[in-house]
Design a binder for this molecule. Structure first.
Ligand code: 2P0
Length: 355
């Protein structure tokens, strides 16, 4: 009887506080600047992937969210992840063959795969679905293939699926070091601190729209690289110093500094989008109103008690200390009550959560 081999794993979303925007190499997915993110708990935002390998499968197939079959052949990013993990599996099989004999090694590296990947949140709505999706694909493959490699090694493969995916290989506070080598061998994720480092820190996600975004991150960032002079200033003069300051603020659990840097970096990322020609708009009126409400709240408090950040979409991510979360939820729900004027803001209470 032919045996089918199967593994299932989950991977969480990460949201950057120092943003990645721009590639210096689009083939290898090498970024123009380093970045820092926080990985969320898997409970709320996660990708779940099941992979089967069998000698009976005639081709590799992938289904997304149970309905959509992805064309795997023409998808370079998926092929990168398959190629790199299969290479490692082949090396492992060769090593095992020498130790226990070729007849005792399952040649998984030669089998086609059937993959099913599901997100428990809106796909492509600026909530980092490609990050958790590719991280999960690579992690599940590493489990299926029993690869004896570190999370940092896997991060270099996930990076070739989607840049931000490399950061989801770790929990807690994570940096993606841009690296300087041309082959990308030093462009990898490292953990700054584990998920239990700063238990007082919480996150609030405000779903303003779960519609698919107009300009994809991949297209948007290359348009910014080509046309924005502000991005060059950011890459050369701003991010290197911010990486150090942000790392320190996390290690010292200095919320005031963390919040200031998070908001400034989100603002600069969106300023670079606006400086792109033609401009890219990810924020909408509700996003901007949230920025105003948080700014006023911080001003009144005399310190930064909440930090907003926005990715390539209008949804707000608010970092705050646990003790201030109820006050912030009250404040935001006061200004943006559920279903007001057809707004989808907080339309489903389960979508407003703290982590
Ligand atoms: C980030 N974003 O650091 C930034 C902030 C969006 C805004 O990483 O082309 O989907 O697949 O490498 O990873 C989104 O970019 O782009 C992103 P690709 P990706 O999280």
């Amino acid at each position: 009887m032919v045996q089918t081999h199967e593994k299932t794993a989950t991977s969480p979303v990460n949201i950057a506080v120092i943003k990645y925007w721009g590639k210096r190499d689009t083939e290898l997915i090498l970024p123009s600047n380093s970045s820092i993110s926080i990985t969320f708990s898997k409970e709320h935002l996660q990708s779940k992937t099941t992979i089967r390998a069998s000698p009976l499968f005639e081709k590799t197939r992938l289904w997304l969210n149970g309905i959509e079959e992805i064309n795997v052949i023409n998808n370079k990013r998926l092929q990168n992840c398959f190629r790199e993990t299969k290479l490692l599996r082949k090396e492992y099989e060769d090593k095992l063959s020498k130790e226990i004999g070729i007849d005792n090694v399952i040649p998984l590296s030669t089998y086609h795969l059937h993959i099913c990947s599901v997100n428990n949140f809106p796909t492509a709505a600026g909530l980092a679905s490609s990050a958790s999706g590719f991280a999960c694909l690579v992690y599940t493959l590493s489990q299926l293939y029993e690869l004896p490699v570190s999370a940092t090694e896997l991060s270099k493969i996930a990076r070739q699926g989607s840049g931000s995916a490399c950061r989801s290989l770790f929990g807690g506070f994570v940096s993606w070091q841009m690296g300087s080598k041309q082959d990308g061998s030093d462009s990898q994720a490292l953990q700054i601190a584990s998920s239990d480092h700063w238990p007082e820190l919480e996150v609030l996600i405000c779903i303003i729209s779960d519609a698919k975004k107009g300009t994809s991150s991949t297209e948007g960032m290359q348009s910014t690289v080509k046309t924005s002079t502000l991005l060059q200033h950011r890459i050369n003069n701003v991010v290197p110093e911010r990486m150090k300051l942000m790392t320190n603020s996390i290690l010292r659990k200095d919320f005031n500094k963390f919040a200031e840097l998070t908001m400034k970096d989100s603002n600069q990322f969106h300023a670079c989008c606006l400086d792109t020609f033609p401009p890219i708009f990810y924020l909408n009126d509700t996003s901007r109103a949230i920025i105003s409400v948080i700014t006023e709240y911080n001003d009144k408090s005399g310190e930064y008690k909440a930090a907003y950040t926005f990715d390539a979409g209008p949804n707000a991510v608010i970092y705050a200390l646990k003790r201030n979360i109820p006050e912030i939820i009250n404040l935001i729900s006061k200004y943006f009550p559920p279903n007001q004027d057809n707004q989808t803001f907080f339309s489903d209470p389960s979508k407003l959560f703290s982590d």
